[in-house]
Design a protein around this ligand. Structure first.
Ligand code: HXC
Length: 294
């Protein structure tokens, strides 16, 4: 194991690069904010003064999101919403507006994912992941933008992406294709909506282990053991680092940044080795055995 120091540890949770009160008076709607990285992002906005709307289709996740924001003493509303359903998305914004007024910031964090060899994906499994991750992100963005266009107000969107949008994602064909669509949509919508004052960016997390990872995702991570030496940073991310990036991108200090997708992964996605490691098929990595012969 290497004894190189890697990238320094960040300041502790609770610290912020932005002035206190940067989001005073603002409302931020975060999809999937009841768990994991969505919750971490929502928390950083709340620390800076934002009121938070947690949107999720899972009542337990809504309750967890509410608890996390209330613990900071910030205002929070929760709305049950399946982002694949345009009517449910509109109803979620109605509820948000009724409580706080139209959110100024939207974080499209909700996504669907599980590892699978591509050939094992059922048509419905493929459709479900693309429908939540890509179509859902579009439907929420569209509803948000239409309301801001109608009101003549300025706004900011942050779409959570994945680095396999650029590289492809063996074992995640569905999610990688959907996230590539999300990244592309950032670039299109930033141009279409910039003239109306709506900024659109992407934010890509690297490895940020957290307690809400699904068993599937955790299982594929657990295929390798110690995580820190596997990263060029010699450490994994600490979730506040992702929250800080999100709060910066939607802040007044980033107003000329639009159409950009920011990768927060300590350069892990740029990794190449001098000598190629042996190829291991996705089936073997997931312990699936051979594809059945006819
Ligand atoms: C194979 C699966 C499956 C699995 C679901 N399906 N889970 N197929 N392996 N583990 C199939 C089902 O069999 C079904 O197809 C179809 O998908 C729809 O399943 P439903 O359960 O009806 O759908 P739904 O409840 O709407 O969604 C299921 C889900 C969702 C897609 C798994 O619950 C989900 O995404 N949960 C994880 C959320 C999450 O962790 N998101 C963050 C991802 S992180 P059939 O043919 O049977 O009808 C990320 C960044 C990259 O994306 C990380 C890289 C490591």
């Amino acid at each position: 194991m290497s004894d190189t120091p890697g990238l320094p540890a960040p300041p502790p949770p609770g610290a912020s690069a932005l002035p206190a009160g940067t989001y005073d008076g603002d409302t931020v709607l975060v999809t999937g904010a009841g768990t994991g990285l969505g919750k971490a992002i929502a928390v950083e906005f709340a620390r800076l003064g934002a009121s938070i709307v947690v949107a999720s289709r899972n009542p337990e996740h809504l309750a967890a999101g509410r608890r996390a924001i209330e613990a900071l003493g910030a205002d929070v509303e929760v709305v049950e919403c399946d982002i694949r359903d345009a009517d449910a998305v509109a109803a979620a914004f109605d509820a948000a507006e009724e409580r706080f007024g139209l959110p100024r910031v939207l974080v499209n964090n909700a996504a669907a994912n599980f590892p699978s060899p591509a050939e094992d994906l059922s048509p419905n499994a493929w459709r479900t992941v693309v429908d939540i991750t890509l179509n859902g992100t579009f439907l929420v963005s569209r509803e948000f933008a239409r309301r801001h266009l109608a009101a003549g107000s300025t706004a900011s969107i942050v779409n959570v992406g994945a680095s396999y949008a650029w590289t492809g994602g063996p074992g995640f064909a569905h999610s990688a294709a959907a996230k590539a669509g999300v990244k592309n949509m950032v670039e299109t919508l930033a141009v279409e909506w910039g003239p109306y004052g709506i900024q659109v960016n992407g934010l890509v997390p690297g490895l940020f282990p957290h307690e809400d990872m699904t068993d599937d995702i955790r299982g594929s991570l657990d295929l390798t053991h110690e995580k820190d030496p596997l990263q060029p940073a010699m450490r994994v991310g600490e979730r506040q680092e992702l929250g800080w990036a999100a709060t910066f991108l939607a802040s007044p200090y980033a107003r000329f940044i639009s159409g950009h997708t920011l990768v927060v992964d300590g350069a892990n996605w740029q990794r190449r080795t001098l000598t190629n490691p042996p190829v291991v098929t996705v089936r073997d990595q997931l312990g699936r055995g051979a594809f059945p012969k006819e």
